[in-house]
Design a protein around this ligand. Sequence first.
Ligand code: ZN
Length: 144
Amino acid sequence: MSDKTERPFLEGWFTRDEAGAALIGTRCTSCGTYYFPRQTRFCRNPVCEGEQFEELALSRHGRLWSYTNACYQPPEPFIAAEPFEPFAIAAVELEAERMIVLGPVVQGVDVDALQVGMPMELVIERLCDTPSERLLSWKWKPVV
Ligand SMILES: [Zn+2]
């Protein structure tokens, strides 16, 4: 355990309650297209002129669509644990939203344990520590 203050590394991108973790996205009120990261000014759907968006929590579960291994420290503005520990990155398809959401895979799960199509669940986990804080991120975890 750590007595450091915990905070999201990006403010307002995800939420956590008794039911679990969820990403916060937006949905165009005209055409229903979902966005993450949130879109709030204009709809990127080329046949939609919507400019109104509602904020909502996205599905907590999805299916692994693709994945890769991050063996090198990502460039700024991304942050990673020091010393750098390789981790897997998952692209997970949310069925209801019909969208793909990228995120790191939880610690202790490497690419050998991943398989396209497997169910994945969103969790909140430590991304890295600074001298005074523990930064949290959303991550994808295989459902076993
Ligand atoms: Zn739209």
